[in-house]
Design a protein around this ligand. Structure first.
Ligand code: ADP
Length: 484
């Protein structure tokens, strides 16, 4: 199959979250399985070396009209020779960040990402790459299925092309004034309840309404999206497409996340040398000025948002820190959360470290050094960090929601297969009880703890398994009748 894969971020080039990991690993696996794949993303000015990437095409949207917008396509190659097209359009992508500054989204994000969708399809024609499947990801590229149907309905190049959209996070929907898509007149004036939010256009709703097939990144989250509690206001949209909607758990890129080969670690280990894991803990304690020793260490790496459960963690951190424990949190996001965590760090210097920012190397080291990894999410489409934690023998502490409940088995529910700790309700007291449960477990029985860590390290979420599900979804999309 020819697959045009659109994403706002792709790991190795630019990454702010799990979407980037998927947008690299899944296309690589598809390529390894013999498909022709082109990944399309914006050429952000922050991408290192992008000025040196080869230009492979120059195009324009709405050529020879007053709405003409020029762009250039550059390309580069990632692992396994995966080809990435970067849409270069300085007026949209020459910014300091990907989505916004100082926690404020750029005012023209609708325009910026609508342009990515329209330019990707334009570039595919210009470069003669005729896709069987256009695979869109999240709201940023969710207009693409609608553009395919309404702008290209009579176009012979795309006559057999089908679209798939993956929802990595249903809370971000991309709701904009229709003026932001003025340069796609074929869709700018379409009004219907299923794609609108008041007088605004909702990009994600467009994707869910017009794509041939839809998936999200775990069966648990797929089910939750069809409920009123978990549907982020799009319950009806997902319910209406239930026949075309599935959950596929993300794989883990073990070439990046394997403690035996991880280049970011000072000390590598595997299941047979697990006793060495503690050396990584000592080194990290020293680096971050925590007292060195066998104190149970709790790690967390996350965007600091309500979604990640930071709001239920902060009220109980100090009560938990009364015990003989250490905690390291790496992340950035909501300034209120950042300030609260900095305050706590100031009061508990020998127990609690807050590193504000984004640091990939430190993220790997925290995964490897910690005994437990915290993910008390309010909702979680799939979650990658708990999957990495399992691989590193770092027991995840998660809330029973979305992909977390699909990937972690609570030790007290299932002693034999347990590989982490799960709590149910999204409230601070339940989280605190769960944290105390893990502490007692750590203090009472180290031999059993080692066994559970080995359980965790044996779990595998391979991209080849997930990819097989995507290939099946593509085939189902291709088997659907044409829309005109
Ligand atoms: P989400 O995509 O919702 O942010 P995931 O758990 O699916 O959450 O993926 C988050 C990814 O981003 C992981 O690879 C994680 O290590 C990484 N990450 C998040 N915050 C940071 C940070 N502050 N520094 C380094 N890596 C981070």
């Amino acid at each position: 199959m020819n697959i045009l894969f659109l994403a706002a971020e792709v790991a190795d080039l630019v990454k702010t979250g799990g979407l980037a990991d998927v947008a690299k690993a899944l296309p690589i696996q598809l390529k390894q399985n013999g498909h022709q794949v082109r990944v399309v993303m914006p050429c952000y000015s922050s991408i290192k070396n992008s000025e040196n990437f080869e230009v492979i095409g120059q195009g324009a949207i709405n050529k020879d009209t007053e709405r003409q917008i020029d762009y250039t396509v550059k390309h580069t190659f990632l692992t396994e020779g995966l080809e990435v097209w970067l849409i270069d359009c300085p007026r949209y992508y020459n910014r300091t960040s990907l989505y916004g500054d100082n926690n404020q989204a750029y005012f023209d994000n609708g325009e910026r990402f609508a342009f990515l969708s329209v330019a990707a399809l334009d570039a595919a024609q210009m470069l003669g790459f005729c896709p069987d499947i256009v695979h869109c990801n999240d709201w940023h590229t969710a207009l693409c299925p609608m553009i395919l149907r309404l702008k290209y309905d009579k176009n012979s190049f795309f006559k057999d092309t089908k679209s798939v959209i993956t929802v990595h996070n249903g809370a971000f929907q991309g709701v904009f004034d229709r003026q932001q898509i003025f340069f796609i007149p074929e869709i700018a004036h379409v009004y219907n309840d299923m794609i609108s939010q008041g007088s605004y256009i909702n990009f994600l709703k467009c994707g869910v309404f017009y794509a041939d097939k839809i998936n999200t990144v775990s069966p648990g989250y797929a089910q939750e999206l069809t409920t009123y509690l978990g549907g982020h206001g799009m319950t009806k949209n997902f319910q209406d497409r239930q026949a075309d909607f599935v959950g596929i758990v993300n794989g883990c890129d073990y070439s990046d996340w394997d403690p035996a080969t991880d280049k970011n670690l000072n000390i590598c280990y595997d299941i047979s040398t697990m006793e060495e894991k503690i050396l990584g803990k000592y080194i990290l304690q020293r680096e971050l000025n925590l007292p060195m020793g066998d104190t149970p260490l709790y790690g967390m790496v996350a965007r600091l948002t309500d979604q990640k459960g930071v709001g239920i963690l902060i009220p109980i951190i100090e009560r938990f820190l009364k015990h003989k424990v250490q905690m390291i949190i790496l992340g950035s996001g909501d300034p209120n959360f950042e300030n609260a965590l900095s305050d706590i760090a100031g009061r508990y210097k020998d127990k609690f470290i807050f590193v504000k920012g984004y640091d990939n190397v430190l993220a790997h080291r925290i995964e490897a050094a910690s005994d437990f990894f915290l993910m008390p999410s309010i909702f979680e489409p799939c979650g990658l960090n708990q999957i990495y934690s399992l691989a590193y023998g770092t027991l995840p502490i998660v809330r029973a929601v979305g992909g977390l409940k699909d990937t972690v088995i609570d030790y007290d529910d299932n002693k034999e297969k347990g590989n982490g700790f799960v709590f149910k309700e999204p409230n601070a007291e339940e989280l605190l009880s769960c944290l105390r449960r893990t502490l007692i477990f750590y203090l009472e029985d180290q031999i059993e703890m080692q066994r559970v860590k080995r359980n965790a390290m044996q779990v595998r979420f391979s991209w080849s398994d997930s990819c097989a599900h995507y290939e099946a979804l593509y085939k189902e999309a291709l088997a659907k009748p044409r829309w005109w």
